[in-house]
Design a protein. Sequence first.
Lengths: 331, 263
Amino acid sequence: MIKSWTLPALVAFSILTVAAAPLVGPHWIPPEAILKPVKGVFESDLFWKIRLPRVCTSFLAGSALAVAGLAFQAIFRNALATPFTLGVSSGASLGATLYVGLGFTFSILGFPGDVLASFAGALLSVGLVYYLSRLKKGFSTSSMLLAGVAVSFFFSSLILLVQYMSDFTKSFQILRRLIGGIQVVGFEEALNLLPFVVAGVAVVAGLSHELNLLTVGEDIATSRGVNVNRTKKVLFLFTSLMVGGVVAFCGPIGFVGMMVPHIVRLFLGADHRYLTPGTLAFGGGFLTLCDTLSRTVLSPVELPVGVITAILGGPFFIWLLLSNSSDRSFF
Amino acid sequence: MSEAVIEIEDFTYASGAKRILNQVSFRVGEADYLSIIGPNGAGKTTLLKCLNRILPGGEGTIKIRGRRLESYSQRALARLVSYVPQLDGRALPFSVDEFVSMGRYPYLNPFSPLSAEDRRVVREILERTGTLDFAGRRLDTLSGGERQKVFIAAALAQGAEILLLDEPTSFLDYRHQVEIHRLLRELNREHGKTVLAVTHDINNAVLACNRVLALKEGRKVFEGEARELVRKETLEGIYETAFLFVENPYSALPLVRPAESGS
């Protein structure tokens, strides 16, 4: 069927994007300057120390957000569900906000304190949503969504409170973190992110059959032999860790987890054995593209990548809501 | 009675304070065809869902093939018990072939594609259920009757000896009702499947099945041979409405229909 050429096409798009992105920017780097410095070391340094690490980080972040979104949409049988809907980003943002607002400066084992605080916040919100939905019998989909929305709103109000109490400089710092962006020097961020992404993607890929059946419905999935609660728990935990890691390093980059799986589904159909690799590739390529745009659109001024994804994602979200006709009540 | 495939003893299932099933006991023998009848809200669907742990828990014991239900992993249970839910019109983004293949789940490993054996089983089932002709079509383009056959095919792909069906012919036109009934009878008689079907079609229950179980307000009110059911006081006791009995020229058992008030 269509899969025979669409999956390679998505992968090719990502490879091309990733290959071209580090060369593009306020200063164009000619490919021959990468390996042997032509006009001195400047261009090769720019490539190896700034641009390539940034592309690696954005590729990993994009893949992670998209694959997590894919899993959540299957679990919740809802094209609008992402880990962000469940409060992961507001939890991480609250962590970072408290770190800045309360004036902490520390680091543990080489991890900067703001990253650790974001990560702790993400885990806190995941734990809270998990615990709240457990209170209602059966760990149901709707109670998890509602708990997620409630936790999101609550954390957002706390963020506003901290921001309101802070002075002008701190308030601006907080705002900057809330917008999200990928500003990295060197490969440290990418390397720190890598284990989270590998673990999360491996779990989602290993549960392809289960995700297909969850798409059909929990009753059918159970009767076919899926341990639905355990599958949901494992997916929820690993994807949340993955997204928590991304938000900790890059801030909340919205809408990637919603848009990418949806676009990939249009090309590949509904089978997660193809969707997971497709989403991995396209998610990475997509965020890399967005990040390249954020560096070049208003060059030399740089936009936060979260602004680009939100500008694309907002209208997409509305289009998705409006186009949810009876024909495609799910995807 | 043949060897018991399903044994239920004193089974009670409650949702909150309400007992949906109340101390239900019965046995189902090998290759039995059991109809489960009763008024709306009697607990028929709940009973089916308890038998394959879509609804876990409950008090009392359920044994499948002599082993307690809780002792099976969900995957092992799926190899013994399969389930066809009530027909709904939900959009499903899969083709018939993909959906039926997903019934092979209890035999698959992570990352592994379908084996040649899996493909052979799926193809045989598509043929047997008359769904091969539209195997490439998406589920939400099918008619109700076609969709029901596909759901039965997908359940059969599990290779389970017990088939649970929730109102398999409600909402279907007559031709599809006849086809589904014929298919179920064939599965029961020629392939030795043990069939449990929730139904409101008493006449078919009497003609097609060898045993009937009636539930009312969560309690068992009748269990026995199908022909014993067709008695005025039995049926009127179950449904609390008057029935007309019409002589059936092709059978010793009468046809039954509810008497309309005023007639």
